[in-house]
Write a protein that binds this ligand. Structure first.
Ligand code: G3H
Ligand code: 13P
Ligand code: ZN
Length: 311
């Protein structure tokens, strides 16, 4: 099967009350872990690449790794640019084989966000590529942008219709209280998401796919494993999975997960190296990291996204 866009995936997910997982990929083991899980569970999946991932692994390597995964797993896979900061990076990914891009104009004014997003949509659609836009700002770190909790802002539902109609975007990321990274809430703080904003947005945008960024749950099992094996990760707190499941049943069709993959991979690698300081074969510790990534994605597909057997 060739790479697909997210159009059909989102249509089915919206109708079926589930979401498709969008997992960040940075190397071969991560691509393998994610796609083996999705392949075995017959789930569609989105593999997303950030500017940082392209800098680390090189665009061509990442595309070829994803092509290899497609050859080995007969499931719908979309290749997506995560947090495209400007027109040029979106163009480079559109021209370079991606089937979906995000233009993240959320740091700009509403008017400039519309202008930038519209320009990317115009180019992408000519090439058969779909576009995700964003309104509202999440807290946390993504590449070089660090948004403090004070500067984060929820999406204003009264802006979404104008944004979507003027830009022509295919999906919209909104801010309802999720945030990037492994430290989403302060210790003792009760995790909360603004489902009222999500409801209001979906009323104003009927049958339109909504995206949630910053949706890692930060499994305490992996945090504990990292700590027990010489790591320091106290107070890492994520989004409760029951809240994500609730979101997946609604208009949310894409749920972004990166930090959970990092924790899973690191927990596996740490466990091997801490217990066997003499180990020096990368296959020995990366294998463990890859197995954790696979187990994590299986868990998400079955218990959070609801996308099993939807390929
Ligand atoms: O939202 C950001 C993603 O977690 C990607 O992170 O920019 O460090 O690759 P990165
Ligand atoms: P997490 O940091 O919660 O995994 O969010 C990832 C993300 O939103 C990628 O765009
Ligand atoms: Zn994000």
């Amino acid at each position: 099967m060739a790479l697909v866009t997210t159009k059909e995936m989102f249509g089915k997910a919206y109708e079926g009350g589930y979401a498709v997982g969008a997992f960040n990929v940075n190397n071969m083991e991560i691509v393998q872990g994610i796609t083996e899980a999705a392949g075995e569970l017959r789930s569609p999946v989105i593999l997303q690449v950030s500017a940082g991932a392209r800098k680390y692994a090189n665009h061509v390597y990442l595309v070829k790794l994803v092509e290899a995964a497609l050859e080995l797993n007969d499931i719908p896979i979309a290749l997506h640019l995560d947090h495209g900061a400007d027109f040029d990076i979106c163009k480079s990914c559109i021209d370079g084989g991606f089937t979906s891009v995000m233009i993240d104009g959320s740091h700009h004014s509403f008017e400039n966000n519309i202008e930038l997003t519209r320009r990317v949509v115009e180019y992408a659609h000519l090439k058969g590529v779909v576009v995700e836009g964003e309104l509202g700002q999440l807290a946390g770190i993504e590449d070089d942008v660090n948004v403090s909790a004070e500067n984060a802002s929820y999406t204003h539902p009264d802006e979404v219709e104008e944004f979507v109609s003027k830009t022509g975007v295919d999906s919209l990321a909104i801010a309802i209280g999720t945030s990037h990274g492994a430290f989403k809430f302060k210790p003792g703080q009760k995790p909360q998401l603004r489902f009222d904003i999500l409801d209001e947005v979906s009323k104003r945008l009927p049958n339109f796919p909504i995206v949630l960024h910053g949706a890692s749950s930060v499994s305490q099992e992996y945090v504990k494993t990292i700590q027990e094996n010489g790591g320091q990760l106290a107070d890492a707190i994520g989004i409760p999975e029951d809240m994500l499941r609730q979101a997946a049943r609604s208009a949310v069709c894409k749920i972004n997960i990166d930090s959970d993959l990092r924790l899973a991979m690191t927990a596996g690698v740490r466990k091997v190296l801490y217990n066997n300081p003499a180990a020096f074969d990368p296959r020995e510790y990366l294998k463990e990291g890859r197995a954790n990534v696979k187990a994590l994605v299986e868990h998400k597909i079955k218990n959070v996204l609801g996308s099993e057997n939807k390929a």
